[in-house]
Design a protein around this ligand. Structure first.
Ligand SMILES: O=c1[nH]c(=O)c2[nH]c(=O)[nH]c2[nH]1
Length: 311
């Protein structure tokens, strides 16, 4: 045969599973998008069409929903670990499972003062929610029958510093028109994925939810507190902050579009438009600079795929 099969995987993508937890009248919601990718001894199905090694993608979908009911969803990482282990441990031909999860978060709607419908805690509705306009939490769990690799992360976390950002001293050639800037807006939409040291055996699992909240907080504070000479410098400082403060995390990868804000030329209207006086900017949509990079604990291996966080 002049051709052979290369890398392959299959599974059901984007299972949108919503789990309601009822605690008396007070409800809680978990809202996930779960993608399953399985691989292993799958030559036959490709070469001859024999399905004897194929667990249907329909079954993988059903498993996602059944596990949400049977085991609940403590965290996207935990849910991914349960699923990945199940597929590999229960089916001989399946050697590897990769579970990718996005989590959308919902906030309780605040109740009107003294409103009869309230009572779900301090002034909140018990079973009415508003989708948070903020970031999406992400997780990827891969199990190969021996070790588990867990990546936590987030995307669409949009942040802006209205000062403390400069960009100057760059290379210039005959095509360069960009002016040096000593006081600019720095804005980006952070996509980050971080890799946990934990590999599954013998050691207790990290508290995934606490680790997520802490990593997110470090990213935001590092963004706010870095006096930036470039988005690249800010990216590195954000990574350093997480690696230095979270011993359970060894590697973090970022994809950060530079959401350009250009000071508008108002000279034609006889108006000065200086940053120092509070300027008017044009928020450009595209193209955008795209700054990407990995920050590692010294000695750790770079294992997060470069395209995982990319747009
Ligand atoms: O922070 C920045 N990094 C760059 O590499 C770059 N390039 C550019 O045109 N503007 C910026 N800003």
């Amino acid at each position: 045969m002049p051709t052979i099969l290369g890398q392959n995987q299959y599974g059901k993508a984007e299972n949108r599973v919503v789990k309601v937890i009822r605690d008396g009248d007070t409800h809680h919601i978990k809202d996930l998008n779960v993608s399953v990718a399985l691989s292993g001894d799958m030559d036959d199905v490709h070469y001859s069409g024999s399905n004897t090694h194929v667990l249907p993608t329909d079954t993988t979908k059903n498993t996602v929903f059944a596990f949400a009911k049977e085991y609940g969803i403590e965290s996207p990482e935990q849910f991914g670990i349960e699923l990945a282990r199940h597929f590999v441990n229960s089916q001989e031909p399946i050697g590897r499972a990769r579970i990718r999860i996005e989590e959308y978060s919902w906030q309780r709607i605040p109740a009107s003062a003294g409103g009869a419908a309230s009572g779900g805690g301090a002034g909140e509705h018990r079973h009415s929610f508003v989708r948070e306009g903020q970031e999406i939490r992400t997780a990827q769990v891969t199990f190969d029958g021996e070790s588990v690799e867990v990546l936590g992360g987030l995307k669409e976390l949009t942040v802006l510093n209205s000062t403390d950002s400069e960009f100057w001293g760059f290379l210039k050639d005959k095509y360069t028109t960009l002016r040096e800037d000593y006081d600019r807006i720095l804005a980006t939409e952070v996509a980050a994925a971080w890799r946990y040291q934990w590999a599954g055996e013998g050691v207790p699992e990290p508290d995934w939810n606490e680790s997520y909240a802490e990593a997110r907080g470090h990213l935001l504070r590092a963004f706010a507190e870095t006096y930036s000479l470039s988005l690249q410098q800010t990216l590195y400082q954000m990574g350093v902050r997480v690696i230095e403060n979270r011993p359970e995390i060894d590697e973090i990868r970022f994809s950060m579009p530079n959401k350009h804000h250009f000071r508008v030329d108002l000279e034609p209207f006889g108006l000065k438009n200086e940053a120092a006086d509070g300027a008017v900017y044009y928020a450009a949509d595209r193209p955008y600079g795209l700054i990407e990079g990995t920050v590692l604990r010294d000695g750790a291996e770079a294992r997060i795929p470069v395209d995982l966080t990319a747009p």
